[in-house]
Design a binder for this molecule. Structure first.
Ligand code: SAM
Length: 334
């Protein structure tokens, strides 16, 4: 008997490749080029950017593996703060073709009630089509909804808002975060890992704390972010394999690219945030590893772990940007 098909990165990749079947490669590349240009231009817009099936199929094939990887990394960091917990009801707001529901399914396998809200009907339709590839996602409800003053949300254990704040006016961003705070037990928001993306995350983080949430990840605390505004931005990186469509659009032969993202996971659950988090790519030198940490006592600090630290040094060599530090006991290398 075959193993059940899980909502993994590989299943998603295969489903996205199938989606492009029959769409001439040049047509797909043109659609992606046009959409990238639109996204670089003035958003928010008054109407959906994703207009038809070809647009959505091309854009999903191009972007969904990256947004999936970013959300997956954010959820993984959150999951480590609430061992044994899994959401029963997941709501994905501005979910488009559903990258976040795939990431939730991969982080917490098992059945749950899933709803995706978006104002772009073609995105919802393609999302439903892609989700057919993963049995756990087939009962997902794909609902048309406009984010704005009139938005009302059913209660959910987990609400995800992935790469959406960027497309909203400042007023709608505030309304959305407040509405989500009123409906969710846990909120995970992901944005591009740019200074502006980080600023939107901090604004949402402040609102969620104001609404009584505590921050579970990436921050080790719920106090103010220690980064002095304008000097730096907290972001992380997720490695994504490139598809043939990527290679066609971007050229070159690199087999992967790194998706930079910023995120916040806030919860009303009794979560145990990491004691510290690695906030830059670790620098590995001869006999030592330099780690830039954000720590529980709010502050940023560089620590040097040397060979003399034994097991901790070996653990530091295996530690990645975005990981908790020190690693939890079961993660330590033996
Ligand atoms: C960049 S896509 C991200 C999609 C998905 N969450 C992901 O991570 O791949 C932004 C999504 O937000 C939706 N969106 C933007 N503004 C919206 C609004 N005012 N109401 C509802 N959906 C909106 C778009 O239709 C689109 O599907």
């Amino acid at each position: 008997m075959n193993a059940p098909v899980s909502p993994s990165a590989e299943t998603l990749r295969a489903a996205l490749a199938a989606l492009l079947d029959g769409l001439p490669p040049r047509r797909a590349a043109q659609a992606v080029d046009r959409l990238i240009a639109t996204y670089r231009g003035a958003t928010p817009t008054d109407s959906p950017i994703l207009r038809d099936r070809a647009d959505v199929a091309a854009y999903a094939a191009y972007r969904m593996p990256a947004t999936y990887a970013a959300v997956r990394a954010a959820l993984e960091a959150f999951a480590r703060t609430v061992p044994g917990w899994a959401p029963n009801r997941h709501l994905d707001v501005g979910g488009g073709t559903g990258a976040a529901i795939w990431a939730v399914g991969a982080t917490w396998p098992g059945p749950r009630e899933v709803t995706v809200l978006d104002w772009a009907e073609p995105a919802l339709a393609v999302g439903r089509e892609i989700a057919e590839a993963a049995p756990a996602l087939r009962d997902t409800r794909w609902q048309r909804a406009r984010i704005g003053a009139g938005l009302s949300l059913d209660a959910a254990d987990l609400v995800t808002v992935s790469y959406v704040l960027n497309e909203l006016t400042a007023a709608d961003r505030g309304t959305l975060v407040d509405t989500v705070a009123g409906a969710a037990q846990t909120v995970v928001i992901v944005e591009p890992g740019t200074p502006d993306g980080y600023a939107r995350i901090i604004e949402a983080r402040d609102r969620l704390i104001g609404a009584g949430f505590r921050i579970a990840a990436p921050c080790p605390h719920s106090a103010a972010c220690p980064i002095v505004p304008g000097t730096d931005w907290c972001h992380f990186s997720a490695r994504v394999s490139r598809s043939s469509l990527h290679r066609q659009i971007k050229g070159g032969s690199l087999a992967y690219e790194d998706e930079k993202f910023s995120y916040v996971a806030a919860t009303r659950l009794p979560a145990a945030p990491a004691p510290a988090r690695v906030v830059r790519k670790p620098q590995i030198r001869k006999g030592q590893v330099l780690l830039d940490l954000c720590e529980t006592e709010p502050g940023l600090r560089r620590t040097t772990v040397t060979k003399r630290h034994g097991d901790l040094y070996r653990a530091a060599r295996d530690t990645d940007w975005g990981d908790a530090w020190p690693p939890a006991p079961e993660e330590e290398t033996s």
